[in-house]
Design a binder for this molecule. Sequence first.
Ligand code: ADP
Ligand code: ZN
Length: 218
Amino acid sequence: MRAIILLGAPGAGKGTLADGIKAASRFQHVATGDMLRAALKQGTPVGREAEAFMKRGELVPDEVIFKLVEARIAAGGGDDGFMFDGFPRTLAQAERLDALLAAHGGKVDHVFLLEAPRALLLSRLTGRRVCRGCGAVYHVVNIPPRRAGLCDACGGELYQRADDQEATIANRLDVYERQTAPLIAYYDRQGVLTRVDAARERQESVAAILAAATDRGR
Ligand code: ADP
Ligand code: ZN
């Protein structure tokens, strides 16, 4: 089972890139942030446990994340394998993922690191809007919907995530530097890290990632 990871700071564009990759491949998309927001909306125990951490822009405890991810891996990957997005975010999570994949005869094949200067991250996060209906992601300037405040795909209402307010954004970027950035060296040592310029056109990045991570075009 193949596994790829999209790694990068909040606002680097992991979610929109993942949408592009999904549309052109058969990866099972595992996005822990989306899973947590769904759990929160449904009021499950995991959602209630995660809520306060997410509001502050802090990481949800590893044990909570492991429960979610283990269930998803056990449910099986797509024909192209798994695409992790927003996971792992700590060294403990990375080590657990290695162990989980090994137990299924797999490993982390590629890690795509989305790199962007802080100013770009900030403008992307403050302008981000999300559809309440289908979760599609927009940006007030860069990816505006055809009708203001409404989703092109489903007509749902667009909203600003609670953790996209400016005070929380600064904390999320600091948390990334402290707790997640160490994963760059971890995967570099394993020889699986590829750097992607997050400012590039999305379709170019999607094509480059698919060429590297699937059998397409070979
Ligand atoms: P972003 O990458 O823009 O911060 P996500 O949707 O990936 O957005 O994550 C939103 C929030 O969900 C994080 O700030 C954190 O509180 C929580 N979260 C998501 N994934 C993880 C994870 N793997 N480990 C711990 N917390 C997580
Ligand atoms: Zn929608």
